[in-house]
Design a protein around this ligand. Structure first.
Ligand SMILES: C[S@@+](CC[C@H](N)C(=O)[O-])C[C@H]1O[C@@H](n2cnc3c(N)ncnc32)[C@H](O)[C@@H]1O
Length: 244
């Protein structure tokens, strides 16, 4: 990490320390985590084609998304602890992936992994290891999130925020969908699908701040995340891109 800017090295080292201390990245029983995991897992299972594919799970966080146990060829995480529960796992950084070009049919990097790094470095890396015609799935926290609406960080191509996440202060980048799409296009990949979620929950957090998010907000989130106008305020966005 010595040849990278000090602020990025700090962001990464904080992520590694935090995730090394976490038993579960999505603690069971925490409604926000369960909602996030359910959206991610469903998207991955729907978008990843069936068949005998080579799949790379970058920033795995101990999650196989409910894919068949043998489906994932390689799991990687910056945190050793988050590699322990999955087979064929290695410690590594999505900014410098230790695999050759065009190695995988599908590269999955979901659960806001790219928010902990420089998207302009990580996205070309994720595409580099994906074969031509293959898919890259990414999930990121959006700078258009209702949670920070009208704040100085809102609606920027990239911004940095620090806030409470589960039990610690988390520092991450936020990105706009347009910025992420442009980074994919710069690496000859085309966005073929995108899906926002955490819209109703983000609005609740904007208005009521520390008040517990009610079950109803999670229940209506799949609907508000499809309504034009609301849709743009999702705090998380899943995308699938095809490499030319
Ligand atoms: C919120 S978890 C998501 C885990 C999993 N992908 C999922 O969606 O359920 C974020 C994961 O990203 C990992 N991570 C953070 N920075 C990383 C980096 N530079 N390279 C690889 N993994 C990283 C963390 O250790 C953590 O396991």
């Amino acid at each position: 990490m010595s040849d990278i800017p000090a602020d990025i090295a700090e962001l990464k080292s904080r992520a590694k320390v935090s995730y090394d201390q976490m038993e579960h990245v999505w603690p069971p029983g925490d409604p926000w985590s369960e909602h996030t995991k359910a959206n991610i897992d469903a998207f991955v299972r729907r978008v990843v084609p069936a068949g005998n594919l080579t799949i790379f799970n970058a920033g795995c966080g101990g999650n196989d998304y409910g894919l068949p146990p043998s489906a994932i060829t390689a799991n990687m995480d910056i945190s050793f602890r988050q590699c322990r529960t999955l087979p064929r796992a290695l410690v590594g950084d999505v900014e410098t992936i230790p695999f050759p070009d065009n190695a995988f049919d599908v590269t999955i990097c979901v659960g806001a992994v790219i928010n902990y790094v420089r998207a302009e470095v990580a996205i070309p890396e994720l595409i580099r290891v994906t074969r031509p015609g293959g898919l890259t799935l990414v999930d990121f926290e959006s700078s258009f999130s209702a949670e920070i609406m009208f704040s100085r960080n809102w609606a920027k191509p990239t911004s940095v925020i620090e806030r409470l996440y589960i039990d610690h202060m988390d520092k991450t980048h936020l990105y706009s969908l347009a910025h992420v799409r442009a980074l994919f296009e710069r690496s000859d990949s085309r966005l073929i699908e995108s899906q926002g979620y955490h819209t109703a929950t983000a609005l609740w957090e904007r208005v009521f701040r520390k008040a517990l998010i009610p079950r109803a907000a999670f229940a209506i989130d799949p609907f508000t995340s499809r309504v034009p106008g609301f849709r743009a305020l999702a705090s998380s966005i899943l995308v699938a891109c095809r490499k030319a």
